[in-house]
Design a protein around this ligand. Structure first.
Ligand code: LLP
Length: 421
């Protein structure tokens, strides 16, 4: 459920009419709903209660500081994968004690930043990384709390580009080698083992792969404890999928996911951490675009929008589906037309949807891409020198621009011309 509904014939974000925002900021833009972000975060905390837990929002899915502050104020932790994301979490006022640092390629500089600024735990993904962290922490005279990310060799049954838990993926250490790696962690100076980490992929639409992975983590917890390690936290990753196609998709609910967690690892006496991104942010955001032209092509009609693949790359990168709806509510049983929905970028890959049945829309009309809050704005680029588009946050009956559209001067001023030219 989200808070983007038609009211009096016009699509609203909570109590704000989308055309009102379009008039204020111009199209295209992203708009996020505070009520939806809040609701989704709470679904997870409620699903995990009464287990001791921390829901760490995966910042990579939507990293605007205003969004992070919204969630941070509710008590959310943050899952970061770069120094930049770490600084965003801090800028949102989230204490280091609620920030988890994941990622396969943390640099020594990033480790130093997090160790001096405060960190709940590093999710360590390899032995070389573990040794580097040991050196950095020792040189600072501190102890780095770590969980080792294990790769359980489980098929997440999702798009191959976002599956992470198979043995051929670059993530984590093979679970079969965990004893060896934890033994080395215990020997190295400057490290304090606190738990185990696992994340098998994103946009999972079944619970069964989670179950397989979590049962393996439960076994490993017993084994590592018997080998003398203190395991007090289990970071179970993110990955729960969302319904992108409202008419068809029905992924499992956070309550079912919470029940699964309780069933598989609930009796281990550990604090549970999860790292959901998409389920919190995905359906909390829309991409709003304007129709530039309707072009009648050879056997097909093109809806040419002012948004393009540089603004929302998921369809072109993963063949992802996003529902597209007109901002002006179509009358019941109004005729539809098949369109190829495209942007102005100069490549055929700049296609959002092919042969999509849409209510009649024409030049100047507004359309909304649903489920665009996650991996939308964060993956945008300035390809074709198209400025990054604004982000707007709605809260009840008011809205604020939380990232403004840069001017062309700002963009051009980032380039510099060497003295010999
Ligand atoms: N934790 C780790 C270690 C991750 O790598 C990810 C996502 C998450 C948590 C959050 O997963 P979520 O709950 O959002 O599924 N750009 C792709 C998705 C990439 C996901 C990468 N890792 C997309 O647009 O579908």
């Amino acid at each position: 459920m989200d808070h983007f509904l038609y009211k009096n014939g016009t699509l609203h974000a909570e109590e704000v009419a989308i055309p009102e925002i379009a008039t204020a900021v111009g199209t295209p833009f992203y708009v996020y709903s505070t009520a939806t972000l809040t609701r989704h975060y709470r679904l997870f905390t409620e699903a995990l209660t009464p287990l001791p837990h921390l829901v760490c929002f995966a910042i990579k899915s939507l990293s605007n500081v205003a969004v992070l502050k919204t969630l941070g104020n509710l008590g959310a932790g943050m899952d970061v994968v770069s120094g930049g994301e770490y600084l965003r979490a801090k800028a949102a006022g989230v204490p280091g004690s609620r920030i988890v640092f994941s990622g396969v390629g943390k640099t020594r500089e990033e480790m130093r930043m997090a160790l001096t600024g405060g960190i709940r735990q590093f999710n360590v993904e390899s032995e070389p990384e573990m040794r580097a962290l040991s050196e950095v922490a020792s040189s600072l005279g501190v102890s780095a709390p770590i969980a080792v990310r294990v790769n359980p060799d489980v098929d997440a049954k999702t798009h191959e580009k976002i599956a992470t838990g198979k043995k051929e993926n670059k993530f984590g250490i093979p679970i079969a080698r965990a004893s060896e790696v934890y033994a080395e962690a215990a020997r190295l100076p400057g490290l304090q083992v606190v738990g185990i980490d696992v994340h098998i992929g994103s946009q999972l639409t079944e619970l069964e792969p989670f179950e397989q992975a979590y049962l393996k983590v439960a076994d490993l917890t017993h084994r590592l404890r018997s080998e003398g390690h203190t395991i007090t936290r289990l970071d179970l990753g993110g990955g729960l999928g969302i319904p992108y196609q409202r008419s068809n998709d029905a992924p499992p609910l956070p309550t079912d996911y919470g029940a699964l967690i309780k069933r598989t690892v609930g009796d281990l006496g550990c604090e549970v951490e999860i790292e959901p991104g998409r389920l919190i942010s995905g359906n909390a955001g829309l991409l709003i675009a304007g129709v530039i032209y309707v072009k009648n092509g050879e056997g097909r009609d093109f809806l040419i929008l002012d948004a393009a693949m540089n603004d929302l790359v998921r369809p072109s990168m993963y063949g992802a589906h996003h529902d597209i709806v007109p901002v002006a509510e179509p009358p019941v049983a109004s005729p539809t037309q098949e369109f190829d929905v495209v942007g102005p970028v100069c490549e055929t890959g700049d296609t959002f949807a092919k042969g999509r049945d849409l209510p009649l829309v024409g030049e100047g009309d507004l359309v909304a891409f649903r489920s665009a809050g996650a991996y939308g704005a964060v993956m945008a680029s300035e390809y074709n020198t198209r400025p990054l588009i604004p982000e707007v946050l709605v809260n009840g009956d008011h809205f604020a621009v939380i990232r403004a559209r840069p001017s062309f001067d700002e963009i051009l001023n980032r380039d510099s011309i060497p003295s010999w030219l």
